[in-house]
Design a protein around this ligand. Structure first.
Ligand code: ADP
Ligand code: MG
Length: 241
């Protein structure tokens, strides 16, 4: 497929038991830009990402894709629910990123092995392949999951609070990986809490309070008035719940 990648939302509403968590959201995420999704707790940020990858049914509205297919969207959930008590190796976790191109009976040949090792180098974990994931730090585990996203080669990458509990050095190195994805024209969407990071490292922001508060360039979107309004609207929804 050619042309810039875009995910368009038209009047999107997603609810749990008829209580909307994302309410009448319209706009677009564009390729070649880093988009931050921000808002108070319970604002619908995780719900939005899950609905984009098809994990939740839509109540209203629709999601349009240009320049990519649904299976080309990669998703890293909040608190990656990877069972780290199971003694799987770092290599195997990263190689899972190949499942779509391998299918059920595909083989991890020399070229694919090299790609896994190269991804581990990119995220600063050269030679970690044979280690069990059991005793990785939070930051190291997040690097492994980014390596998996790297070899997945998705056109859109959705990250739900990717930097939670991650050390500062890892944050900076993972941001560098995200900038590389931006240069490659991919859609990169991250749920964030850090306003300063969004303002300095991201291009666009979507500010949610179940309903959209603002969506556009980070400076305008994350202005004081919008932030106050997001909190006010969110508190109102809290009382209605
Ligand atoms: P955020 O990620 O912005 O903190 P969420 O998208 O997780 O917010 O949640 C938005 C709202 O939907 C919250 O009020 C939350 O309690 C509610 N919610 C989230 N998941 C479920 C669920 N599985 N069942 C019922 N309500 C849910
Ligand atoms: Mg969340």
């Amino acid at each position: 497929m050619t042309g810039p990648a875009e995910i368009r939302l038209r009047d999107l509403t997603v609810s749990y038991e008829r209580m909307p968590a994302v309410h009448h959201l319209s706009g677009a995420f564009q390729g070649g830009r880093l988009s931050a999704v921000m808002g108070p707790n319970g604002a619908g940020k995780s719900t939005l990402l899950k609905s984009l990858v098809g994990l939740l049914p839509l109540d209203e509205g629709d999601i349009g894709l240009s320049g990519l297919a649904r299976r080309e969207i990669a998703y890293l959930p909040q608190h990656a629910d990877l069972d780290t008590s199971f003694p799987i190796t770092v290599f195997d976790v990263v190689a899972m990123g190949l499942w779509q191109e391998l299918g059920l009976f595909g083989r991890i040949d020399a070229a694919r092995t090299a790609r896994v090792n190269e991804a581990l180098e990119t995220v600063g974990l050269p030679g970690f392949g044979e280690r069990p994931v059991t005793n990785l730090s939070v930051g190291q585990l997040q690097r492994v999951l980014f390596a998996r996203l790297l070899i997945q080669n998705a056109k859109a990458i959705l990250l739900d609070e990717p930097f939670a509990a991650v050390d500062e050095r890892t944050v900076q190195e993972l941001l560098a990986v995200m900038r590389r994805w931006r240069e490659e024209g991919r859609i990169v969407i991250a749920v964030l809490h850090d306003l300063a990071m969004a303002r300095t490292a991201f291009d666009d922001a979507l500010l949610l309070a179940r309903e959209p508060v603002a969506w556009g360039g980070v400076e305008e979107t994350l202005g004081t008035d919008n932030l106050a309004r997001a909190r006010y609207i969110s508190d109102g929804w809290g009382r209605a719940a």
